[in-house]
Design a protein around this ligand. Sequence first.
Ligand code: SAM
Length: 244
Amino acid sequence: MITNLLEDLLDEDDHDHEEEYDRHSVPGRTQGATLTEQSWYSWHAPYDDLESEQTDRLAAVQDQLVAYLDGTAPGPLRALSVCAGQSRDLLPILISHPRGADVRASMLELDPLNASFLHGALGSTRLTTVDVVVTDAGTTDAYAGRAPADLVLLCGVLANIDVPDTRTLVDALPMLCAPGATVVWSSYGESLADVDEVLRVFAAGPFEEVAVRRGGPWVVGVHRFAGVPVPLEPGRRLFGFRDS
Ligand SMILES: C[S@@+](CC[C@H](N)C(=O)[O-])C[C@H]1O[C@@H](n2cnc3c(N)ncnc32)[C@H](O)[C@@H]1O
């Protein structure tokens, strides 16, 4: 279900959210808005190409998600997708994998259009354990009641935040991770230059490297949390996208 923040964002009388609403506008609901404002929506379009860098990265992420579910002991699982977008990665795996129905997943996404897309996609599945949450995943408050998780996706996040924010986010993962949790992350674009630093940041923390797949214009990494979970600290900023 889409939680009430989306309703708040669409409530024209709610002036508290006007600034956020303007920055992440839904075309047709803001004066002067145009279809070009669908940037994080249309960012997903290359996933529909039969062959593209993005479909290769997506396949690499999905291989890791399948490997995780194949290798995980029976029982309920919790998943968090940070900046889930349209969840082209996790949602199809939850639909098709025999363990999919065991996963209670929270898809955290700021863009209401992407969240609506995802909400619509969910409607045609039999999954009843997936929540789409329209929220700023860059604050710890977004994870209250949703963390810790056994599977944490940071796909496409590190490509859009600076190295100091990457350090802050990775350092904060013990607040989001259940014991033995698996973190799946991906990056692409100019931030690939920072990948060795990302690996150093994970290596300096309570994480074991499970896999790193480099596909030229992208990288997909998997790390296992080997530390002790830390209680969620409210009101902390973990990251912000460069363009926001
Ligand atoms: C690069 S896309 C990645 C989408 C998806 N995880 C994937 O890999 O296919 C980044 C997504 O993060 C969302 N986003 C940006 N800032 C965010 C924030 N502070 N909290 C939640 N989502 C955010 C954007 O709207 C966009 O859908």
